[in-house]
Design a protein around this ligand. Structure first.
Ligand code: GLU
Length: 480
C-alpha cells in the first residue's frame, strides 16, 4: 500500500487540503505501507516562496510523517514536480510517437473563437471537435495535447462507489504547456505511476476529470491506481464549499491560536468519517486502526468550528489528566499573558493546574489567567451588574466583602480545605446564597467573567493578594 499527499505550494493551508493528507496517511499506516509527500509546484503563477516549508511543518506538527518525499528522499524521487520536467516530456513523447498525442500551436485567440462558436450553437465546447488536421512537428515551446479516444468509461471509487461516464467527458487535454512544464492532469498520472502509488485520494473536484485520466492511463498502457474522491468540506451554512471567507482559518492559524495537533487531526479525520459508533475522540493510533474508506460519507461534511473547539478542550483535559500538568506545560509556551512573564514555571504550572479544564484553546490562557499575575482593573459596574449581585446595594456588597475579609484574614493555613470550610461558615453567618457570596468574592479578586472554583482560585492567588484585592474593592465602593 502506497498513498500520497500531493499539495501545491500556494501558501495557504486549508483544512480541506489537510484532510486529503490525513486519510491517505491513515490508510498507508494501517496496512504497513508507505506515505509519500510530493510537491506539485509546476504552476509557477501560483507558486509561493516558503510554502513547502509551511506544508512540511504542518504535516510534522500533525504527526503525519512521510516515508518518501522532500527531506527524507526515497527511491522514486525527486519529489518536487519542478525537478521532474524531463520525465514528463519523455512520457509525452511516447504518446507523440504512438500518435496518441500531438503538438499544437493553435493560439489562444483561435481557441476562444472555437469556444464562441459552440456557445452560440449552445453545444458544449470540446477541443477535439476542432482538432487541427495537420499538427506541426513538435519542438520546444509548442504545447503537447492528448488525442482523446472518447468512449464510455466505468470505474470504481472506494468512497463514491461504481461510477461511469460517457464519451462527452473526454477531450484533447493539454499534457505539456508552452513553457515545457506539464499540466497537473498529466504530471500526476506519471508521478503516481512511477512512485507506485496504489491509491490516489483527493478532493471530489477532480472527479469530472477522471474519464480523461482513464483515457491517458489506457493510452500509456498502465494500470490506473485506486481513484478515490473525498467529498467537499462545506461551509457552516451547509450550502456551499468551505472557503476562506466562511470563518475557517488556515491550519497554521489554528495552530497559532492554540489548537492541539491531536485535536486538529481528530476533528478533521472525523469530518465526514466515523467508525459507525458514537465515539468521537480518537488518538492517531486509534484512527490508524479504525479508518476505512468505505465509511467516508459521500456527501459533503459541514465544517463546525464550535465542534473543533469543544474537541480541543476535550484533548487538553485528556492529556493533562493522562500525562500530568508538568508534562503538558511545555505546550503552553507562548500562550501566557504578558503579565506572566516574570513568574516562574512553577507558578504558571500551578495556575494551569486549576484552569486547564476550562480551556478551549491554549490561547484562552491569555485572557483567563491574566488576573493571577497582576491586579485586575477594578470596575464597580462589572461587580454591581453581575447576575447574582444586581439586586444588592453597594453597601450590602461592601458588607459582604468586609465580613469575608475578616473571616479569611483569620485563616492560619491558606489551603483548599480551610478555604472551603471558611467559605461555608461565611455562607451560614451571612445568610446569603452561595451564588451571591461567591460571586462577590470571585469578582473582587479577579474581575474576570469566570474563574476556577473559588477555594482554588484564592489558594493560588495567595492570602496577601486575595485579601489586598478584596480590601481594594471595599475602598473603591467607599470612595464611589
Ligand atoms: N496538487 C493538487 C492540489 O493541491 C493535488 C491533487 C491531487 O491530490 O492529486 O489540489
Amino acid at each position: 500500500m502506497k498513498t500520497r499527499f500531493a499539495p501545491s505550494p500556494t501558501g495557504y493551508i486549508h483544512i480541506g487540503n489537510v484532510r486529503s493528507a490525513i486519510y491517505p496517511y491513515l490508510l498507508a499506516k494501517q496496512q504497513s505501507g508507505k506515505f509519500i509527500l510530493r510537491i506539485e509546484d509546476t504552476d509557477r503563477a501560483r507558486f509561493v516562496e516558503d510554502a513547502t516549508t509551511l506544508i512540511e511543518d504542518i504535516l510534522k506538527w500533525l504527526g503525519l510523517d512521510w516515508d518518501e518525499g522532500p527531506i527524507v528522499g526515497g527511491p522514486n524521487g525527486p519529489y518536487f514536480q519542478s525537478e521532474r520536467k524531463a520525465i514528463y516530456l519523455e512520457w509525452a513523447k511516447k504518446l507523440l510517437a504512438s500518435g496518441q498525442a500531438y503538438a499544437d500551436d493553435t493560439d489562444a485567440e483561435t481557441i476562444d473563437k472555437y469556444r464562441k462558436v459552440c456557445y452560440n450553437k449552445k453545444i458544449p465546447f470540446l477541443y477535439r471537435d476542432f482538432r487541427p488536421e495537420n499538427p506541426p512537428q513538435w519542438q520546444e515551446g509548442i504545447p503537447i495535447r492528448f488525442k482523446a479516444d472518447p468512449k464510455p468509461r466505468k470505474w470504481y471509487d472506494a468512497v463514491m462507489g461504481d461510477l461511469e461516464a460517457g464519451p462527452e467527458t473526454q477531450d484533447d487535454i493539454i499534457l505539456i504547456k508552452a513553457d515545457g512544464l506539464p499540466t497537473y492532469n498529466f504530471a500526476h498520472i506519471i508521478d503516481d505511476y512511477l512512485m507506485e502509488v496504489s491509491y490516489v485520494i483527493r478532493g471530489v473536484e477532480y472527479l469530472p476529470s477522471i474519464p480523461n485520466y482513464l483515457a491517458i492511463y489506457e493510452a500509456l498502457g498502465i494500470e490506473a491506481p485506486g481513484l478515490v474522491s473525498l467529498p467537499h468540506i462545506l461551509a457552516p451554512s451547509g450550502n456551499k464549499k468551505l472557503g476562506k471567507r466562511d470563518g475557517a482559518k488556515s491550519v497554521t492559524q489554528y495552530r497559532d491560536d492554540g489548537i492541539l495537533p491531536e485535536a486538529m487531526l481528530n476533528y478533521l479525520a472525523n469530518l465526514g468519517w466515523n467508525d459507525g459508533t458514537e465515539e468521537e475522540i480518537y488518538t492517531k493510533e486509534e484512527l490508524i486502526q479504525k479508518f476505512s474508506l468505505d465509511k467516508v460519507q459521500k456527501s459533503g461534511a459541514r465544517y463546525d468550528e464550535t465542534k473543533l473547539l469543544w474537541m480541543n478542550g476535550q484533548w487538553i483535559r485528556r492529556l493533562v489528566n493522562e500525562e500530568g500538568v508538568e508534562k503538558f506545560y511545555p505546550r503552553t509556551q507562548g500562550f501566557w499573558p504578558e503579565s506572566a512573564t516574570n513568574y516562574s514555571d512553577e507558578d504558571r504550572i500551578q495556575v494551569l493546574g486549576i484552569i486547564y479544564d476550562r480551556l478551549k484553546t491554549l490561547g484562552d490562557l491569555r485572557e483567563m489567567t491574566d488576573y493571577f499575575f497582576r491586579d485586575p482593573q477594578i470596575d464597580l459596574d462589572v461587580l454591581m451588574k453581575n447576575k447574582a449581585l444586581k439586586k444588592l446595594s453597594e453597601e450590602e456588597v461592601s458588607g459582604l466583602l468586609q465580613q469575608s475579609f475578616e473571616k479569611l484574614n483569620g485563616l492560619e493555613d491558606w489551603d483548599e480545605q480551610n478555604l472551603q470550610d471558611a467559605l461555608n461558615e461565611l455562607l451560614a453567618e451571612t445568610g446569603t446564597k452561595p451564588a451571591v457570596l461567591f460571586s462577590a468574592i470571585r469578582i473582587a479578586v479577579s474581575f474576570a467573567p469566570f474563574s476556577p472554583a473559588l477555594p482554588l482560585t484564592l489558594k493560588v492567588l495567595g492570602k496577601n493578594t486575595s485579601l489586598a484585592r478584596i480590601q481594594n474593592v471595599i475602598t473603591a465602593i467607599e470612595n464611589d
